[in-house]
Design a protein around this ligand. Sequence first.
Ligand SMILES: [Mn+2]
Length: 359
Amino acid sequence: MNEFAKRLLDKLPEDGAFAILRPENRRYLTGITSSNGMLLISREKQAFYTDFRYITMANNDIRPGYEVCLLKKSFAATLAEDLPASVKTLYFEDTFLTYREYKAFEDALASRVTLVGDEKILSDLRVVKSSEELDKIRKAQSFTDAAFTHICQFIAENWKSGKLTEQRIATEIDYAMKCAGASNPSFDTIVAAGENGSKPHAVPSDRVIRHGDMITMDFGAMYDGYCADMTRTVAVGGVSEKQKEIYDTVLAAQLNALEKLHAGMKGCEVDALARGVIADKGYGDAFGHSLGHGVGLMIHEAPNFAPRFEGIIPAGAILSVEPGIYLADDCGVRIEDIVMVTDEGCVNLTASPKELMIL
Ligand SMILES: [Mn+2]
């Protein structure tokens, strides 16, 4: 049996099986990338079903130990036919299946199995990264760092024209990441200048970069399915005392968390390391999101550094550390690195500098 399939089965009851539809989960377990597919993992049968478009790739590239089957019917009808009789509990991804897909599962299968929605079993399986996964994320992050070096020079050379927009910077970042080797950006690049910086997930606009702006840039490259994630805030022309104070506070918050976090802490305890520094400076209400999220095949995955995340962070998890301060209609600062958590602390995978840059 395939070792990934075995790891999943170890988490399921004796009569349990899992029907896996989310592309990232299928990829994690089989190595196969396809928009269409279903992976059935039970004790008797481990089969990957996909349609004609992907069947050759699946036959050639799937990890050892899986049967590859051409999908001829719906997922539900296929399961009704192929699910071993010994399976009495069928798990599905409750945070991925559409209601329609779930109803089809229910219609086809509820008479013979209990359906249990629990995608957490799969997301927990992906938390601790292997050395191969770490290498891919490092590579993705190196392309992201290369794009940051490039974009700083690009902004310095172009902002004085009075024609440089957020959208143009975002395009240049995406281009630089792909030139460096990225398959794609791992999410839609955020570039937010001046007052737009107060919106954590601002969409790049035609706003022109002006003297005295701070620009928050949040972006990441993807490499072989794995995501990187980084945010830097730079200034153009000069900074006010208030901008500098906000920047220094966010950086101090991030450094405090980076210095003190380690495996075995609760996610909420790590969050508090940064949040406390920001609150002490009087900006507690201006940091309205969590400190960090897991990064891997998905840009946001388990576990989390968040006020309500009580789970323990294990060694080998890779997460972002991204405190911010957002002053509505005024300005914003966010600084984000990704780190691998270790027993002693963490290894920072992000190489880009963090001292305040005035371009
Ligand atoms: Mn992030």
